[in-house]
Design a protein around this ligand. Structure first.
Ligand code: ADP
Ligand code: MG
Length: 286
């Protein structure tokens, strides 16, 4: 059984005027299907407005389905009795690190969540240490979050979620406000959590480069899953990606254009090294 399973998931936002009359209905998720196995690193890609954040908020029980079902670790997200347990199972990291950090010292911030749910003090400190170490921020434990870079703040926010020991972490465009170095730091930290702690990861992004190392990729458009597969399979469909208004990684695009110009290159080249290898083989006639 998957840790997260969406079946025919629909979400409608009901927009009301000042008197409370329904003005319009916005369908943000339109019969969406998706399944995530425990321990997987999943990426969800999609243009602005495709429904990614609406989906993410369902996994954390911030929104409930209008129709269809969403199961989180065996629990039906439509049942309000499950809300608390679902939030313990699936932690969420948002785009803006500044809205997620509350304490004035890093380690207190990370300890805040477990303290709030009544974890005994000794164990809080163990969790704080483990979480900060796993995102590479232990040496900043006594710093003020205000003085950290965006990437460092976001890693503290991730440690705060980790300290709650969720089985699954959803990251909703966690790198959107970061510079390239910050993006790399955060991505590396998330991959480490997945690999070493077995945490299931759902990474929502519109940076194609960030999905290259995912186990499986879902592409959303207009509230639907429109493509799914492993990164290589997804990136070999350059034209379809562009139809869904997504930019393909530079290297993949270059390889695609060279292929169209007649070079015998394989589909879905993802990295610079792969392209160089393939070109070398052509040049050397192998
Ligand atoms: P994404 O995260 O992929 O950019 P969203 O899930 O935020 O997409 O939005 C999906 C659709 O739902 C968009 O058309 C958006 O305008 C609409 N939407 C999002 N939040 C609300 C809201 N609170 N009220 C009404 N419509 C909303
Ligand atoms: Mg969004």
């Amino acid at each position: 059984m998957g840790i997260i399973e969406a079946k025919n998931l629909v979400h409608e936002y009901i927009i009301r005027d000042e008197e409370g009359n329904v003005e319009s209905i916005q369908t943000a998720l339109d019969h969406m299907d998706l399944k995530v196995e425990p321990g997987q690193f999943i990426a969800v890609l999609g243009h602005n407005g495709s429904g990614k954040s609406t989906f993410a908020k369902h996994i954390n029980a911030l929104l409930t389905p209008t129709e269809g079902t969403l199961i989180v670790d065996g629990m039906d997200a439509s049942d309000e009795d499950n809300t608390y347990a679902i939030r313990q199972t699936a932690g969420m990291v948002f785009q803006n690190p500044d809205n997620q950090i509350i304490a004035s010292v890093v380690q207190e911030d990370v300890g805040f969540g477990p303290e709030n749910i009544g974890v005994p003090t000794d164990e809080i400190w163990e969790r704080v240490e483990r979480s900060l170490k796993s995102v590479g921020m232990w040496k900043y434990r006594e710093h003020s979050p205000n003085k950290l870079s965006g990437g460092q703040k976001q890693r503290v926010a991730i440690a705060g979620v980790m300290a709650m020991e969720p089985k699954c972490i959803i990251l909703d465009e966690p790198t959107a406000m970061l510079d390239p170095d910050g993006r790399k730091e955060v991505l590396a930290a998330v991959h480490t959590l997945n690999r070493e702690k077995g945490v299931t990861i759902i990474l929502i992004t519109h940076y194609m480069e960030e999905v290259v190392d995912a186990d499986y990729v879902y592409v959303m458009d207009q509230g639907k899953v429109v493509m799914e597969g492993n990164p290589r399979g997804i990136f070999s469909q350059v034209d379809t990606l562009q139809e869904h208004r997504l930019d393909v990684p530079q290297i993949t695009l270059l390889a695609h254009e060279l292929q169209r110009a007649g070079l015998p290159l394989a589909d879905g080249i993802l990295t610079r090294e792969e392209l160089i290898d393939a070109l070398e083989r052509i040049v050397k006639g192998r």
